[in-house]
Design a protein around this ligand. Structure first.
Ligand code: F6P
Length: 358
């Protein structure tokens, strides 16, 4: 008898259900004797022993369904070692639930923070296997996370729609794309959607360079400019501040997000009309694209194989097209950011895209 616990943690994304389905299909194809415990709302379910027993039927018909059938929540890693409001030791509680249910392995689907806690549980002696989910594609150790391509599709579609209306008006359009710490979605959707300017957290921007790029387009007879800006894009001045100083500054920011701040500054500097579009959580919604369905199914099947071989303490990932297992100890706490000197940035610049820097 195999007893598997499963949870999805952090912000959701497309293909979480597809990945869990892959795990369960992979396990039940080889062993009829599998019990699955689905924890509700991520680590919260493990801490407070909130779970339901699931069968393979529960994972049927969910390949194309967005969201997560288990629910999810954000449980910050930095608070994991701190007692909850009733004084409960969260780590001890998670271990207790795991042992009470006599689990063979815990399958965790999540992003960066989730992986830190998964590694903590591994260090505490639990058998853990993880799958890399996030639209941000910022997990170290895998070329691709599931959710990313689906989000890029939606963000690209947003820019495509803006493009058609942009041709009718002489305006600057700003599309704000998800990604606080990394700009992978903004970079890919920006290139795919033909944005003229792409602003990423990894490449601090200079407002003068942005204005110059807009004015150069106007001089060249192009009457609109599309800017794809990642949520976490930062000016070269703000990039010089310490993390603490910048956080304080953001708290006092009068704008709801970067797009609004930029809009006001660009309007002042260029005297052009500016419009803002924020697709927001739409980028994490809807059905997973075919690429994500394939990737998450492969990840799920590979995770099942590791479990059946009793190989624990790994994240399943993909490197150069091959499915790989990466030790959790290597993944935890590392961020995969966009390298400003990478080929893709150079190529984008060659096609005339401005990244708001010199
Ligand atoms: O990490 C995924 C992500 O969608 C980020 O791109 C975004 O900045 C953040 O989550 C939004 O978080 P929340 O859903 O908690 O508002």
């Amino acid at each position: 008898m195999l007893r598997i616990g499963m949870l999805t943690s952090g912000g959701d994304c497309q293909a979480l259900n597809a990945a869990m389905r892959g795990v369960v299909k992979g396990l039940t194809a080889k062993s009829a004797d599998v019990e699955i415990y689905g924890f509700k709302d991520g680590y919260k379910g493990l801490i407070y022993s909130n779970f339901s027993m699931l069968t393979s039927k529960d994972f049927s018909g969910i390949l194309t369904v967005g969201g997560t059938i288990l629910g999810t929540s954000r449980q910050p890693f930095k608070l994991m070692r701190e007692p909850d409001k009733d004084g409960l030791d969260k780590v001890a509680a998670m271990k207790h639930t795991y042992h009470k249910l006599n689990l063979d392995c815990l399958v965790v689907l999540g992003g960066n923070g989730t992986h830190k806690t998964a590694n903590l549980l591994r260090e505490e002696g639990l058998n853990v296997i993880t799958l890399p989910k996030t639209i941000d594609n910022d997990l170290w150790g895998t070329d691709m996370t599931f959710g990313f391509q689906s989000a890029v599709d939606i963000a690209t579609n947003t820019i495509d729609c803006i493009h058609t209306t942009a041709t009718s008006h002489s305006r600057v359009f700003i599309v704000e794309i998800m990604g606080h710490r990394v700009g992978w979605v903004a970079l890919h959707a920006g290139i795919a959607g033909g944005a003229d300017i792409i602003l990423l957290p990894e490449i601090p921007y200079d407002l003068d360079v942005i204005s110059e790029a807009i004015e150069n387009r106007t001089k060249a007879g192009k009457h609109f400019t599309i800017i794809a800006v990642a949520e976490g894009a930062i000016s070269k001045e703000d990039a010089k501040l310490s993390k603490k100083e910048y956080k304080e500054k953001l708290k006092k920011r009068k704008y709801p997000s970067i797009a609004y701040e930029l809009a006001e500054q660009i309007q002042k500097k260029t005297d052009q009309e500016v419009r803002i579009t924020v697709p927001g959580h739409m980028q994490r919604g809807g059905t997973p694209c075919p690429y994500d369905r394939v990737l998450s199914t492969r990840f799920g099947a590979a995770a099942a194989e590791l479990i059946l071989n009793k190989e624990y303490g790994y994240m399943v990932g993909i490197q150069n097209g091959e499915i790989v297992k990466v030790p959790l100890s290597e993944v935890a706490g590392k961020l995969k950011t966009v390298d400003p000197d990478s080929q893709i940035i150079k190529e984008a610049k060659l096609t005339g895209i401005s990244f708001g820097n010199k």
